[in-house]
Ligand binder design. Structure first.
Ligand code: GDP
Ligand code: IMO
Ligand code: MG
Length: 431
């Protein structure tokens, strides 16, 4: 019996999906514990690409159960669409395979409308959200007015909540945000139908997970987004509305904290960010374009080009600290092949000359900082065929070793391509 948590250490899109798919092989259950369909997790299996937004990335393995935990916010239409696609591709997406926490909150049409209207109203200060209604849904959860999956199965409760919520949201949408209101009855009708379709999947996920652990099963907890998009620890307000740090794997799934064994942090060998917000090592030169093009850095959810820049170890080190990361999985190392020199940010220089080794809370203070770089020689070899650490070029090995040293955590995996097999595994998460 073991529990392993996978988290992103940067601003998302580090390659969590690929690693979860690999680690899932030895798990009985795979659980998403926060976020919603703002996430886009990509797997490439035998040359076929799959992008999951809500369904855990372990779903392609037979005989494993996938859970969508209470910490996730669910857009039922998106979930049903993902299940349908999986079924069409010959995979099981039935109620025995995909279990949904009855306590997970539901994204409603007024959440999407509010997300869009608020972003529009913010103009140049927009966060650059995915527009999926994530923030407004978590807002209602915290406000204790949210609709939960269980409510979709109780027509009277759903009606009461939707009536109260549409009245309040329409006041905001039409009276303040200059947007169109939402009709109540079609929402009730549509969501009752979603309830009927999803009913066989809805369960007390915490109880089922406890049973799996008590029977000796392994549980893999899949984080979404990245640590620096965390609402508490990220570059607030340019963050998402949940906690991608490992601590939230427990609150978002109902697995007790003493059950966790390992936390693996996914680190892209450079940095990307989608949407607005500070990004000290961002590159707008040919190196940035190289990463964007070679790494195919387009959002898996919105298709927006991802901003690219050098590896920022101040960011990664902070993530190791916040999640107690025990193993580093470095991804997309192949994308750097062919670059002559590589820069790694090791500190933030302030206007008075002092160097910060942590991310300051003040965005004003952060904006005044300049990255302190350490230069590393690049390598020109194609590394996508390497399957052991020893096969990697010496320059590649020293880049990785320095990364681990700066992070303060050991290397566990090196990923040299998007495919399942393009992976060098150096540690056993389940041991
Ligand atoms: P996630 O949100 O953390 O799961 O990451 P995304 O799926 O949004 O983005 C990662 C992208 O990089 C996907 O297109 C993956 O197929 C791809 N990828 C993952 N690992 C590697 C790697 O080692 N090398 C390359 N070239 N691509 C990778
Ligand atoms: P995965 O799981 C990258 C970003 C958005 C925006 C901010 C807030 O694939 O790594 P939101 O819609 O959550 O309110 O948007 O967070 N964002 C992501 N960026 N990867 C993600 O998920 C993201 N999920 C949200 O671009 O800047
Ligand atoms: Mg992604």
């Amino acid at each position: 019996m073991a529990c392993v948590v996978v988290v992103g250490t940067q601003w998302g899109d580090e390659g969590k999906g690929k690693l979860v798919d690999i680690l899932a092989e030895q798990a009985q259950a795979i659980v998403r514990f926060q976020g919603g369909n703002n996430a886009g997790h990509t797997l490439v299996v035998d040359g076929d690409q799959f992008i999951f937004h809500l369904i855990p990335s372990g779903v392609l393995h037979e005989d494993k159960t996938c859970f969508i935990g209470n910490g996730v916010v669910i857009d039922p239409a998106v979930l049903l669409g993902e299940m349908e696609k999986l079924t069409q591709r010959g995979y099981n997406a039935g109620p025995d395979k995909i279990r949904i926490s009855e306590r997970a909150h539901v994204i409603m049409p007024y959440h999407r409308a509010l997300d869009a209207a608020r972003e529009k109203a913010k103009g140049k200060d927009a966060i650059g959200t995915t527009g999926r209604g994530i923030g407004p849904c978590y807002e209602d959860k915290a406000n204790r007015t949210g609709v939960r999956m269980i409510d979709l199965l109780e027509p009277d409760t759903l009606r009461e909540k939707v009536e109260q919520n549409t009245a309040a949201k329409n006041y905001l949408l039409t009276g303040y945000l200059n947007a169109e209101g939402i009709l109540t009855e079609p929402v009730i009708e549509e969501y009752l139908e979603f309830g009927k379709l999803l009913a066989p999947h809805i369960t007390d996920a915490a109880v089922e997970l406890d049973d799996i652990l008590n029977a000796g099963g392994n549980v893999l907890l899949e984080g979404a987004q990245g640590t620096h998009l965390d609402i508490d620890h990220g570059t607030y307000p340019f963050v998402t509305s949940s906690n991608p740090v490992a601590g939230s794997a427990c609150t978002g799934s109902g697995v007790g904290v003493t059950r966790l064994n390992q936390v693996w942090g996914i680190v892209k060998a450079y940095t990307t960010r989608v949407g607005g917000g500070p990004f000290l090592t961002e590159l707008e030169d040919e190196n940035g374009q190289w990463m964007q093009k070679t790494g195919a850095e387009f959002g898996a959810t919105t298709g927006r080009p991802r901003r690219c820049g050098w590896l920022d170890m101040v960011v990664v080190r902070h993530s190791v600290r916040l999640s107690g990361i025990t193993g580093l999985c470095v991804t997309k190392l192949d994308v750097l092949s062919g670059l002559d020199k590589l820069q790694v940010c090791v500190g933030y220089k302030q206007p008075d000359g002092s160097v910060l080794e942590r991310v300051p809370a003040s965005l004003t203070q952060l904006a005044a900082c300049e990255p302190v770089y350490e230069e590393h020689p690049g390598w020109s070899e194609d590394i996508t065929g390497c399957r052991s650490y020893d096969e990697l070029p010496a320059a590649c090995q020293s880049y990785l070793e320095r990364l681990a040293e700066l992070a303060g955590a050991p290397l566990a995996v090196v990923s040299v391509g998007p495919g399942r097999e393009e992976t060098i595994i150096m540690a056993d998460a389940w041991a």
